[in-house]
Write a protein that binds this ligand. Structure first.
Ligand code: ZN
Length: 290
């Protein structure tokens, strides 16, 4: 019995010491759960973390969620806050860096939260969650979901004063190299996934915003939100797209393919005016035309 008690004490002390170390490193007592001030975001961690770290994560999610809500220009906001949002912080063994699951859950790798790019990931995944809350079970073509989420994630990083970085340069390189054939294939795969699916979706949303029909539609993302709201009220994608943009989606795809043909081998003509204008070294490597 005595030995058992001593062992229990020892374990207790080790836990204590671990807790104290976390508290010293991350501020406050260690916790596994906490809530944002107004209770909308509920954070759960798979290991004990400092209370201050937990609360800071909750408030970052609140802030990013509000940014997305405003950037998407929703006209219906009742569904966005009807239920609390779960935010899970996992250790390094999780797959990927962060993802959204359904309408209510976002998961992020805890140590990734310390990297600036994680702000973009927050806004990106929270865009998926807001879309899911509006869609009420319907699905967007994945490239459109990814395209608008990436554009909003990028806008959030820039709003926070971050510089464009390697991630943006790699996206720009993809957008610069797509051919009409790539677009024809990728923009017919409504359930596609992966880098090219995300890159072509973002390039398409940027094309809509800056070039479609000549001058582009500066409110393209807001119109996509209207389209999502229509789908949430029961419309299918094709019908909702046509109501919002006046033409079938296939017409946008054809126009974009013609644009890719016309700008082939000329990244500046293709990317000027988009979020990838002046992304850094790649911009310097573009032909000047002289
Ligand atoms: Zn995504």
């Amino acid at each position: 019995m005595k030995r058992l008690r001593r062992a229990a004490l020892l374990v207790g002390c080790l836990v204590c010491a671990a807790g104290a170390a976390i508290a010293a490193a991350e501020g406050g007592p260690s916790v596994r759960e906490c809530e944002s001030r107004e209770g909308f975001v509920r954070v759960k961690a798979d290991r004990a973390i400092g209370r201050e770290r937990c609360l800071a994560a909750a408030e970052r999610v609140v802030k990013a969620y509000a940014f997305v809500e405003s950037a998407a220009s929703w006209s219906r906001r009742d569904r966005l806050r009807a239920r609390p949002l779960q935010f899970r912080l996992l250790d390094g063994s999780m797959r990927g860096l962060g993802y959204a699951e359904g309408r209510d859950l976002m998961v992020m790798r805890d140590e990734y939260m310390d990297r600036p790019l994680s702000e973009g990931t927050l806004a990106h995944e929270l865009t998926h969650i807001q879309d899911a809350r509006q869609l009420a079970g319907r699905r967007l073509p994945s490239f459109i979901a990814e395209g608008r989420a990436l554009a909003i994630g990028h806008a959030y990083r820039i709003a926070l004063g971050q510089e464009k970085g390697d991630y943006d340069r790699r996206m720009a390189a993809s957008a610069a190299s797509f051919t009409a054939g790539d677009a024809g294939r990728l923009l017919r795969d409504y359930a596609g996934a992966g880098w090219d699916n995300q890159a072509i979706g973002t390039a398409l949303v940027e094309y809509m915003r800056t070039r479609w029909n000549g001058a582009g539609l500066p409110d393209a993302n807001a119109r996509l939100s209207r389209m999502v709201e229509r789908m949430g009220e029961g419309d299918g994608f094709d019908s909702a797209f046509k109501k919002e943009f006046g033409v079938p989606f296939g017409e946008l795809r054809q126009a974009y393919m013609r644009f890719l043909d016309a700008t082939r081998g000329d990244p500046r003509a293709r990317l000027d005016g988009t979020i990838w204008e002046n992304v850094g070294p790649l911009a310097g490597a573009w032909p000047d035309g002289d």
